[in-house]
Write a protein that binds this ligand. Sequence first.
Ligand code: HEM
Length: 409
Amino acid sequence: RLAVQRLATRGFALAGDPLARLATAPWRYDPYPIYAGLRAHGVHRSRFGFHTVATYDLCSRILRDRTFGVRTRDGLEPPPATQSPLPMATAVIPTFLEQDPPDHTRLRALARPAFSPRKIENYREVVRKTTSRLLDDAMAKGTFDLIADFAAPLPIAVISDLLGIPDVDTERFARYGRVLGASLDGTTTLRQARALRAATVDLQALFRSLIAVRRATPGDDVISALVHSLDAGELTELELVTTCELLLIAGFETTANLIGNGMWTFAQHPEQWELLRADPSMALGAVEEVLRYESPIQLTQRITHADSVIGDVEIPADRMVIVALGSTGRDPGAYSDPDTFDISRTPERDHLGFSSGIHYCLGAPLARMEAEIALSALAERLPAVRVLRRPRWRSTTVIRGLRSLPMRS
Ligand code: HEM
């Protein structure tokens, strides 16, 4: 099956499918011309049986339309790799991100209280302290890797604290984040499949032992609340474990890449860095602008639950539609001067970096706060964003982020 997937992906690339080209150089470095081509199609129909939408209006409409789900109508996972150049959502664990109502509604409601803006506000001090500690250590080195030394460990430390996970092995969690993040593109090699399996087995063991500890001594944390719901029969033990995994992993790569993509963008726009340095309170606006301009999540997918008409294209039920979130921020139909990075802009509409509709990112308040504190702390300490060499982008297509960003303090 893996070999078939790999061949299928290569075949799509050879056939010039725009989505498969996204995974190849030079498009991995600059996917935006491909997105512009997709937007011009309205609905792009691949001859391999799936559709792609890339304009702001169509993406926003599909994400909010309840006749589109994340599984087929009989509850199966999305069609396999052979129907898509990006065999997305082949994650081993079906979390509530990969569930339709009513299961999605039930599980999301159980996790939601832990991520209310009020609860998240309590974490501001933890985020500030962690940011300071990591930046002190990184900058003491003189040259440092913004990703490995700062952007990756920050969200790991924060969410581990929020979930009450003791003795966190940051390196190990960062590796799991990368493995699970890359799996969103589909698992195309045996090595990836093994790494994914090992990460899943390890995380399940970690959460099963934490659940036992919280049952014996409940606290004021998310896991204790979910154990209470388990005992009340509101979810199964497997659902509890997969929910914990989702909460742990969903913010690792995404938040790290938001900070990394942001700093690389600032390196290319020094006048914008000057603006932020002059007024660090612009950090929140800067975070929104990075989410519009270089979003960490570029693609998601939906499945038609009924025969549908999008634009003037008829799509039968149970077909996959790829929603190019990363394209929407650059849509001239939605934003003026969309290719200009401007942290002082007043955007015409909300970006779709956190998606929209019932799967809108649950961790958005936390991600915003972490990135705001990170960017303002960096702006206070760094007179200029001095990048040592041109960074390489990760080879993933769903997740957009840098492998490393070597910098001088
Ligand atoms: C869902 C982006 C940080 C938890 C999503 C989705 C996107 C997204 C695009 C929806 C995907 C879809 O509609 O198919 C991001 C970005 C982040 C970020 C760009 C950082 C910059 C976080 C954090 C957490 C988190 C910090 C929590 C700790 C979740 C959860 C869902 C989700 C639980 C599933 C929501 C649902 O299915 O109802 N995120 N996310 N995210 N995110 Fe985030």
